[in-house]
Design a protein around this ligand. Structure first.
Ligand SMILES: Cc1cc2nc3c(=O)[nH]c(=O)nc-3n(C[C@H](O)[C@H](O)[C@H](O)COP(=O)(O)OP(=O)(O)OC[C@H]3O[C@@H](n4cnc5c(N)ncnc54)[C@H](O)[C@@H]3O)c2cc1C
Ligand code: SF4
Length: 591
């Protein structure tokens, strides 16, 4: 029998980026907030011995333990899904701060085009441009509506960069394709380095528009509007997959959570694994959540006025399905089915190029998770798609994240991979004298790419695992081909002695492969939209089927853009928090 706890105003399920932002905002507003996080407490003091590639980057010590719970995967609905036994394609977070502790910090705004992708595509190219089985839809929010929330997230973190569009004034030091922004970035861009300069010079020579990538690794000391001060990045190179011992990388434990704690209205309850949201279908509300204390095994019910489901894309969707909230999506009947689980998308890194130099040393052992330069000329609808058989595009970037010695063995074409003395010699030789660029391609939703509950496999509590059905489509293959050619062109202009390039999606035979790391940019499954016929949440991330439930996170993305997701995830979390405040003042469906 579960122990009943005293009710609170707000519960967040998870304390990653989204949970922490909601907790801070609602606690500051005077509400009693409890964050339930299934992992343990963490802070920068825990990261003093973090520079250990084997332990953290290869054995995934900060991440989800798949022996207790995982996802099952198949490429197509007619296959049997099998559990992912080892982290690979994506690296799920666990513990206070979530994946926001071990992320890189590349922090983008999506393009205005993204939020109205369906209408803008039809306006420019006609309805026939959208394939029948592509479930492309507008998001039910515009870039202009989301703009103030982007700014809040950027100020919380102190994002480093240069504006390319300052309220309509196009500036060639930034990204000229971005949507207008009211203010410049809170801190200037990070340092340029010889590899980044080589990329920027080459792409400018080709007539493209390079700029320094926006970064949550602070370029200089910064105090945010909440009064939280953090020091500048040391370019230590142990950033992606590691926590930052300097607190220079914005993560929830050094930004939102300390402020929530200061209010006196916030309790962070760790080792609390939420199994169900308690749903009253007749009332169209949730009463709270049920969770298990993973240390004692005891079950608790935490009643709440409002619940924020902030457990990451895959767990958000799974908890909705386990709690019978909303209608599950049915791929057999996409137009008339429910929406929970639909529009699952990912990120397409198929286009890339690597150059090898005989006489250059690039000092790649230094770097930072978001140190990079990019061009956006081939992203979104920034170029004409007439005559092209794909939509959208991708951001093309070079990053200098810090080359780790175990995993990085760059060898030029012609050298036998992963084996023998020639391989070893070449790997040592080119470790510091090769550079890669890649396109981060958008992925658009298709009827048979979706999430549901697995009929066979369960987690440690006996609850069904989430099942992922996903494969690349012709759209993805054509996009990779196009982006790969652009990467090749830019790399050639960077003048290496040798080069290789890829213009194929990642995976054998053109099928998505869940084993090699690609990105933790899973999106969709509880998408936002203008009405309940096509979406799970409205523009405040408020659930159509449970008005006191808000579901921020990339689960709300109706498709995935050609950028990393967390800038938009953070903005949507601020938007959801705004909605929750309004709701607590006067309970209703918001519009
Ligand atoms: C290696 C890596 C690099 C990345 N780099 C970038 C980047 O450069 N730029 C970018 O934009 N994005 C990047 N990301 C993605 C980014 O980390 C995520 O978009 C972001 O962390 C999502 O925030 P979230 O709050 O939705 O989920 P999370 O950060 O994953 O937080 C969810 C939390 O909920 C908890 N939780 C889950 N289920 C339950 C449950 N049942 N009960 C209680 N708690 C639960 C989890 O333990 C976790 O702490 C990267 C991710 C990884 C792994
Ligand atoms: S590279 Fe910079 S932000 Fe990243 S972990 Fe090192 S000091 Fe921190």
């Amino acid at each position: 029998m579960a122990t009943q706890l005293d009710p609170v105003d707000v519960v967040t399920v998870g304390a990653g980026w989204t949970g922490s932002i909601v907790a801070k905002e609602l606690a500051e507003d005077g509400n009693q907030v409890v964050s339930l996080e299934r992992g343990g407490e963490r802070s920068p003091q825990d990261y003093l011995t973090m520079h250990n590639e084997l332990r953290y980057a290869l054995r995934y010590e900060l991440m989800q333990d798949l022996s207790k719970g995982t996802v099952t995967f198949r490429n197509t609905p007619d296959e049997e899904a099998l559990p992912m036994r080892r982290l690979g394609s994506f690296l799920l977070g666990k513990g206070v701060g979530g994946a926001g502790v071990h992320w890189n910090g590349q922090t983008w705004r999506f393009l205005p085009y993204d939020f109205q992708i369906r209408s803008k595509t039809i306006d420019r190219y006609g309805r026939d441009k959208i394939p029948e089985d592509m479930l492309l839809q507008d998001w039910g929010i515009t870039y202009d509506e989301l703009r103030p929330y982007y700014l809040e997230f950027e100020k919380l973190c102190g994002i480093s960069g240069t504006a390319g569009n300052l309220d309509g004034e196009i500036r060639d030091t930034g990204n000229p394709f971005e949507g207008p922004r009211a203010e410049d970035y809170p801190t200037p861009p990070m340092k340029t380095t010889p590899p980044l300069e080589r990329f920027m010079d080459a792409s400018a020579d080709l007539g493209y528009h390079p700029f320094m990538s926006p970064s949550a690794n602070l370029s200089e000391a910064y105090t945010n509007p909440d009064g939280v001060s953090r020091g500048a990045c040391q370019y230590c190179g142990y950033c992606e997959r590691f926590g930052c011992e300097w607190g220079a990388k914005a993560d929830p434990t050094v930004t939102a959570l300390p402020v929530a704690k200061e209010t006196g209205n916030f309790e962070l309850r760790t080792q609390a694994d939420v199994r169900r949201l308690l749903y009253d279908a007749r009332e169209g509300r949730v009463r709270g959540v049920q969770y298990v204390d993973t240390v004692t095994g005891e079950e608790y019910v935490q009643p709440a006025e409002t619940v924020a489901l902030t457990a990451y894309v895959l767990h958000n969707v799974r908890l909705l399905l386990l709690s019978d909230i909303g209608e599950p999506y049915d791929p057999e009947n996409p137009q008339d089915s429910g929406n929970v689980g639909k529009n699952y998308c990912y990120q397409n890194f198929g286009g890339s190029a690597t150059g090898y130099w005989d006489d250059e040393q690039w000092n790649l052992y230094m770097g930072a998770g978001a140190l990079g330069a990019a061009v956006d000329d081939f992203n979104g609808d920034n170029f004409d798609h007439t005559g092209l058989d794909f939509l959208h595009g991708g951001n093309i970037a070079i990053t200098q994240t810090g080359r780790r010695p175990i995993v990085n063995n760059p060898v030029p074409p012609g050298v036998e991979r992963n084996w023998g003395s020639e391989f070893k010699r070449a790997s040592v030789n080119y470790f510091n004298s090769s550079l890669s660029i890649s396109a981060q391609g958008a992925v658009l939703p298709y009827a048979d790419n979706y999430l549901d509950l697995d009929p066979t496999y369960t987690d440690e509590h006996g609850d069904p695992l989430l099942r992922m059905t996903f494969n690349w489509k012709e759209q993805d293959r054509k996009l990779a081909e196009y982006a790969g050619e652009k990467c090749r062109e830019i790399m050639e202009a960077m003048d290496p002695d040798r080069m290789s390039y890829s213009d194929e999606v990642i995976g054998e035979g053109g099928d998505y492969d869940i084993r090699p790391y690609q990105s933790t940019h899973n999106t969709g499954g509880a998408v936002m939209g203008p009405n309940p016929d096509v979406s799970v949440v409205n523009s405040y991330l408020q659930c159509w089927d449970a008005e006191n439930l808000f579901i921020p996170g990339a689960s709300a993305f109706a498709h995935n853009s050609g950028y990393n997701p967390t800038g938009t995830v953070g903005a949507l979390a601020f938007r959801a928090a705004d909605g929750m405040k309004q709701y607590l003042q006067r309970p209703r469906m918001l519009d």
